[in-house]
Design a protein around this ligand. Structure first.
Ligand code: 5GP
Ligand code: ZN
Length: 112
């Protein structure tokens, strides 16, 4: 499958990994939008949040269970933003479900 994040998961494309287990992978975003910006992906290829259903939602729990730990490990102290762009109007550019974790500075209050 021609999916950048599946290739990062398989190791075919290198990444700066923060964490990996059997269900999820966390790695630094290649174009950080904040002093700390990493991505968490389920290893299961789901196109976006719009592809979540009762057959695969267990991996979402796995992602969110690790967010507080990963945010701490990454050095975030005063809060963070979790973003998942879904589909064209949200400017999703990689069609493999991922959650951005942004922190390390005061983020803007607007939703853009
Ligand atoms: P989206 O726009 O789909 O919400 O977010 C995709 C994110 O993936 C972007 O922030 C982009 O910088 C990041 N990204 C795209 N290709 C790569 C890559 O090959 N390696 C890493 N580490 N991040 C990537
Ligand atoms: Zn994929």
């Amino acid at each position: 499958m021609d999916c950048i994040f599946c290739k990062i998961i398989s190791g075919d494309i290198p990444s700066k990994k923060l964490y990996e287990d059997e269900n999820i992978l966390a790695f630094h975003d290649i174009h950080p939008q904040a002093p700390i910006h990493f991505l968490i992906v389920p290893k299961l290829h789901i196109e976006s949040a719009d592809g979540i259903d009762e057959t695969n939602s267990n991996v979402i729990t796995k992602v969110f269970e690790k967010i507080p730990y990963l945010a701490r490990e990454a050095g975030i102290k005063n809060g963070y933003r979790i973003i998942s762009n879904c589909g064209k109007d949200a400017c999703q550019s990689v069609k493999h479900l991922h959650f951005h974790i942004l922190g390390g500075k005061q983020l803007p209050g607007e939703m853009g």
